[in-house]
Design a protein around this ligand. Structure first.
Ligand SMILES: Nc1ncnc2c1ncn2[C@@H]1O[C@H](COP(=O)(O)OP(=O)(O)OP(=O)(O)O)[C@@H](O)[C@H]1O
Ligand SMILES: [Mg+2]
Length: 281
């Protein structure tokens, strides 16, 4: 893995990557993680000895060509996929399955159509046996955080795509996770809604100080959101470079510094022979 030093980037040590702030133990640590898929027709090395440390409160974006293993990496971090080689640690303990501390947000909101917004947000809390008063307090707080307090009684079919993603985020946050694992959560949204949600996510992240590992194909989105941008190379999936982002927040999509950084990320990706249109700026 190389580290890119740019106008907005400082030099970084080699793997595992340590962000700003010295020798804290990482919240999430992948050490030499490899994942091989075997089907009847073929064998794919989806991840090849990937090492990555994510510190508490960090916002780390992952970009890379389609099929390079981004979702596989997120699945390992979530504990959805445990059939990997190497070591995956969360808060110092081996990841052996899914856990409430690690919430996953997908591209397509996985909401229950027969429940209203509030009931969707409270769903996991009900399973955990929280009292209705505690659930109500949590859903009030999360719906306010994502600006949906007036839509608490709406059903999923009454919501726009952006609102559905806000509900999904509120539901994930209601579990008080220690890390949010987000797999292209805004990819299906129109450009304007995406801009809005990027701003909102920055604001939510700054307010509650959670940790985020965020997969995206959109290099400008990575430049807007990330404290670091991890660039993966195509099959077998490896970490190719890490770009630290030292821009003030909130970052706006039209800021020339964001555009400069997005161009650098795109250049990193393009050096793998990827064609540009896959990486919208
Ligand atoms: N369950 C599976 N069985 C077989 N192969 C798989 C499985 N899951 C992923 N793969 C393979 O592993 C590789 C990485 O897949 P992955 O979904 O992690 O890529 P990705 O970077 O998330 O791609 P995209 O950007 O298109 O979402 C691909 O070659 C894919 O075909
Ligand atoms: Mg994917």
């Amino acid at each position: 893995m190389t580290t890119v030093t740019t106008m907005t980037a400082r030099a970084q040590p080699s793997v595992p990557t340590a962000p700003r702030g010295g020798e804290r133990s990482p919240l999430l640590s992948l050490r030499g993680v490899s994942r091989r898929f075997r089907t009847r027709r073929q064998e794919t090395l989806a991840l090849d000895a990937v090492s990555l440390d994510v510190q508490a409160h960090e916002f780390v974006c992952i970009v890379g060509p389609s099929g390079c293993g981004k979702s596989t990496l997120l699945g390992v971090a979530a504990g959805i996929d445990t059939a990997f080689d190497g070591e995956a640690l969360f808060e110092g303990q081996p990841i052996r399955g899914m856990a409430r501390e690690r919430a996953v947000v997908f591209q397509e909101p996985a909401l229950f159509p027969w429940l209203n917004v509030r009931a969707n947000v409270e769903f996991g809390l009900k399973l955990r046996g929280l009292s209705s008063a505690a659930r109500r307090a949590a859903s009030d707080a999360q719906l306010a955080l994502v600006g949906l307090e007036r839509f608490d009684r709406a059903y999923v079919h009454e919501l726009s795509g952006g609102m559905k993603q806000r509900v999904q985020l509120a539901r994930a946050l209601a579990a008080e996770p220690h890390v949010l694992l987000m797999d292209e959560p805004f990819a299906a949204l129109d450009a304007q809604t995406r801009d809005e949600l990027q701003l909102e996510l920055q604001s939510v992240w700054e307010r509650i100080g959670t940790t985020v590992l965020f997969v995206t194909h959109n290099v400008r989105e990575a430049a807007i959101l990330g404290d670091r941008v991890v660039v993966m190379s195509p099959s077998p999936g490896r970490i190719k470079s890490v770009l630290p982002v030292d821009l003030p927040r909130p970052r706006l999509p039209d800021d020339y510094r964001v555009a400069d950084l997005a161009a650098q990320i795109r250049a990193e990706l393009a050096s793998d022979g990827e064609r540009e249109p896959r990486y919208a700026i």
